[in-house]
Structures are given as C-alpha cells and as structure tokens.
Ligand binder design. Structure first.
Ligand code: ADP
Ligand code: MG
Length: 393
C-alpha cells in the first residue's frame, strides 16, 4: 500500500484526550482530521477539522465519517469492533477490529497472552455458575474483573473466598468476568510500541508506573526507573504479544513486577496510553506521531529519548483541594503559573469543561538534564499542586 500523505484526512473513533493528542500530531504533520464522538464538547472534537457527533454504532454516521476520512484509527478500546469492521470495508483501519476485539475482552486478552508464551497472573474465566464451585482455592484472595468495559480500576471487586466470589459475581449481574489471583506486586511498568503494516516494530524504553486508587498517577521514564533486565524482558514480551496478533498501530502492554522480580503481563491497550504521554516531551517522536505514521504507512524509526522524564497525572480532584479544612464548593484552577516557573515543565490540559474527582483533566511532564533534576522538579511541582508526596512509594 502506498503511504497516505499529508493533505489527506485522518479519522479517529473517540474524542477523548487521546484522540485530541492524535489530532494535534496529525495536524502538525499537515493532515486534516475527523473525530467521531457523540459529545459536542469532546476534547478531540473541539480541535478537529471535522467532528461527527453521533453514536459509534450509527450506520449513517459511520458512512458519513468514512466519506470524510482517508484512513481511520481509534483512541479507546471500547469502540464497537463491529463498527471498525464496517469502516474497514471502505477505508484502511488500524488497529484492526480483530485486535481491538481481543483487547476489549479480558478473557480473550489473557488467552492471547498465554498463547504468546507470556505469563499472566493465575486466573479463571467466570462465564457460568458451574465454575464458581470449581475455582481453584489458590486464586483467593483474588480480584473479580468484568471481562468488558473496565477501566481505571472500575468493574473490579476484591474477593477473599468462594462465598464472596458468588456474591461479587451476582453484584455485576453475572456478566462474563475473570477471577484473577491477587499478586504480590512490587511495582508496575509498561511498554509502548508501534508496528507498521510491513511488520516493522519499534518501541520506547519501558516506563515505571505508580497507580493510586486504580488510576495511573505517576510515570517515570529514565535509566533509573527500571532494572535493565526487567526492561528487556518487558520489551521482549510486549513485542511478542504484538507479533502474535500481527498488530498494526500503537500498542501499550502493562506488566506487574512481582516481589522477587518475576514479570507478569496485566493488560494491553490497542492505542497510545497514558503511561506513554511523556514521549511527547522527552522523545524525538511521540506515541501519537507513531499512531499517525502506522495509520498512514509513513516510515517508522526507533524513537530516541533525549531527556529523562517524569509524568504526573492531573485529576479533577486538584480543582477541589481543601483550604483550611474546607472543600471549595466551586472548582478552583490549580496554580499553573507557579508550576510553569519551574524549568522543564510541560503542561498538557485536555480542555474538559467540568473537573470531577478521578477525571483525567491533564498531565504534567517534567524533563531536564539529569534524573535527579527531573525528580526534584517533579517533587516541587507535586507540592505546589497538592499532589501526594513522595511521588513514588
Ligand atoms: P484497569 O483496566 O482498570 O486499568 P487493571 O486490571 O489494570 O484494570 O487494574 C488496575 C490496577 O489494579 C492495576 O494497575 C494494579 O495496580 C491493580 N491490580 C490489578 N490486578 C491485580 C492483581 N491481580 N493483583 C494485584 N493488583 C492488581
Ligand atoms: Mg490497567
């Protein structure tokens, strides 16, 4: 296939912050953009040349969208795979519906990991009553996760016993789930990679991630973030997971590093990822530009990181910090001007109108000429913004 060159229009299914950053990267390269998202105020819709405000399964809207866009990608994994399939009849679509369908469903996702020879936490698929009584006892305590539509820790329940499992499965309406053993996690890491239509694979150095309350809080990307052997094993595992489904596009694979050093894969996202946001400010090519390149068939070069980086997620909670023990009743804008006085700060806000607790409003990347400098700036910035300190545990 010949590359789709700048001047063409690139479409993205979903109008969240990932779509917005895709749109920015595409426009910088001289593409026009189209976003499909029902929300008139969606972060990506507001900055795109075209915004189709319709449901993801609206057949007429999909046809209109395919008419606008020369190639189509997605920014969230819950886009109906059938809609991607539908679009793929008319236009190049990446990642493919088949890959998105695997990542959408924890049962299929784990089977794929196992098939690629990559270890995941011990688990069973819970799809009918029969399994409940034969679940191996060593899976307790465990986490019951809905197979579909979970994100940021939503759709997960801790279960300590078979009785709790039965109750938890009832509580989610007996929908398909996985029960996963609770693992002794030392820390977490992830790998962002891109694979072209020609099969060429490139990846960023793996990054270390700290979650709070099931939501990514801090990412560290520098040569002290992870032991070399962990980084190498994670990258190798991520590459085989992508190869194993002939993936085309940007993929993020998340891992647990267990006490003792063993690595187990957790989940994957068929798109750029929050833990790869640092690449925009600390690499010669961002994960969003790689998404553009894989979609259009432009060449891929191995990305080069030119600065150590720390990324802090900015959740809506920061707009409601208590002052003198009182929670403000209206959102208060955080101290951006003070934070931006610090050297090497890169502020990204997603243009969401309404800050809410737990809502991803933006992120702050810190770069500098040494790991120590970047970490210390990150600490200062966190203190100013009212983020929990220390940043890492
Ligand atoms: P989500 O799709 O919401 O990101 P994850 O499966 O990644 O769901 O879980 C969110 C977080 O919960 C993980 O990053 C990890 O910190 C914790 N977690 C998930 N599964 C396990 C497990 N089996 N053992 C221990 N902690 C877990
Ligand atoms: Mg996760």
């Amino acid at each position: 296939m010949k590359p789709i060159l700048p001047g063409a229009t690139l479409g993205v299914m979903g109008g969240g912050q990932l779509g917005r950053m895709f749109v920015h990267a595409a426009q910088r390269l001289g593409y026009f953009t189209a976003v499909l998202d029902p929300d008139p105020e969606s972060p990506a819709g507001r900055v795109s040349h075209h915004h189709v405000q319709a449901d993801y399964v609206d057949v007429d809207a999909l046809a209109h969208f395919a008419g606008l866009a020369d190639a189509i990608t997605t920014e969230f994994e819950n886009v109906p795979a059938a809609s991607l399939e539908h679009l793929a009849v008319a236009r190049p679509v990446s990642p493919a519906a088949a890959a998105v369908a695997i990542a959408q469903d924890r049962i299929r996702e784990k089977a794929h990991f196992v098939g690629c020879g990559v270890d995941c936490a011990p688990y069973v698929a819970v799809e009918s009553d029969d399994v409940l009584s034969v679940v191996p006892a060593n899976l307790f305590p465990g986490l019951l996760k809905t197979a579909r539509l979970g994100y940021d820790g939503k759709g997960q329940q801790r279960v300590g016993s078979r009785a709790e499992l039965v109750a938890a499965w009832k509580a989610v309406g007996q929908q398909p789930c996985v029960l996963e053993k609770l693992m002794p996690i030392d820390y977490e890491c992830s790998v962002v990679l891109a694979r072209g239509r020609d099969g060429l694979l490139v990846h960023y150095p793996p990054q270390r991630n700290l979650h709070r309350g099931g939501i990514l809080a801090v990412t560290e990307a520098h040569d002290q973030a992870l032991p070399d052997d962990v980084a190498q094993r994670a990258a190798q595992a991520a590459l085989s997971i992508a190869e194993g489904m002939e993936y085309v596009g940007v993929l993020c694979v998340e891992f647990f590093v267990l006490e003792g050093g063993a690595l187990v894969v957790n989940e994957m996202a068929p798109r750029p990822h929050n833990s790869g946001h640092w690449t925009t400010d600390a690499c010669d090519v961002s994960q969003f530009e790689l998404q553009v390149r894989t979609l259009t068939g432009l060449p891929l070069n191995p990305p080069r990181q030119h600065s150590p980086a720390v990324m802090l997620n900015l959740l809506g909670d920061l707009w409601f910090l208590e002052a003198d023990g009182v929670r403000p009743d209206k959102p208060l804008e955080p101290r951006w001007a003070d934070v931006l006085k610090l050297p090497g700060t890169h502020l990204h806000l997603y243009g969401k109108v309404e800050p809410r607790a737990g809502r991803k409003m933006g992120h702050l990347t810190l770069t500098g000429d040494s790991v120590a400098a970047v970490r210390s700036t990150a600490d200062f910035a966190a203190a100013m913004l009212g983020l929990p300190i220390p940043l890492t545990e």
